[in-house]
Design a protein. Structure first.
Length: 225
């Protein structure tokens, strides 16, 4: 003995139910077309492996690059990269018992203090001190052993152009932004179109603390890079 449904055929549906069914089917067809025309790329890798740099390159090539506000943010990041690298060199001097020149002791104390990290942008005084420190014989010895340190190589490019980068009206170029290094936290996406195909690039943090978030990004992924 069974229970029969009295509405098995479309002819048994009311006009309202038929309309709802058509709307649902139309939405499903639209979602299917969207899914077929969209390619989702997931960037995975360890920290400092170049994922974010690749994402920046795609943004420059396929989108309109970076806005004025974004460039202002990267100005702060670039200045922070220079300060961080200078501090790394000073810590290496202490670790390897390398003595700075007497005239650089005050400069070293300034950049070794935690207070320097509160500075968002380089000041003229800081720029002069950085130049004096990087030209110090002890720092030059550290640079000759830079392969023993975890140092952002891009900082050397910034130091060579520090007068331009330290200028008050400095606006980072695309190349400056590609050299800039900042830790990726969370999940960021960029979306662009090539030949009517939409690409969605998902960039996630590569540090160990960020990897637990990777699992949430695999849904509907076309390829993993």
């Amino acid at each position: 003995m069974g229970v029969c449904d009295s509405r098995l055929n479309d002819s048994d549906l009311t006009k309202e139910e038929k309309l709802k069914q058509k709307l649902i089917e139309a939405q499903l067809r639209k979602d299917r077309r969207t899914l077929e025309s969209e390619i989702k790329l997931l960037l995975l890798g360890t920290g400092e492996s170049g994922k974010s740099t690749f994402a920046k390159q795609l943004k420059i090539i396929h989108l309109k690059g970076f806005t004025k506000q974004e460039r202002k943010i990267y100005k702060e990041i670039i200045h922070s990269n220079i300060v961080f690298t200078t501090r790394t060199f000073l810590f290496a001097c202490n670790k390897w018992n390398l003595c700075l020149s007497p005239e650089n002791i005050e400069n070293a104390d300034n950049f070794s203090s935690p207070e320097i990290l509160a500075e968002k942008f380089l000041t003229p005084i800081m720029i002069r001190q950085i130049k004096d420190l990087w030209n110090d014989p002890a720092i030059k010895q550290v640079i000759s052993r830079v392969n023993e340190l975890q140092v952002q190589q891009s900082a050397f490019c910034f130091f060579e152009d520090i007068d331009r980068i330290g200028a008050e009206d400095f606006i980072p170029t695309d190349q400056d932004i590609l050299h800039a290094r900042s830790k990726t936290t969370g999940i960021s996406e960029i979306e662009f179109t090539i030949s009517k195909t939409t690409f969605k690039l998902v960039d996630v943090g590569g540090q160990r603390s960020e990897r637990r978030k990777w699992i949430h990004c695999f849904q509907d992924v076309t390829a993993v890079l």
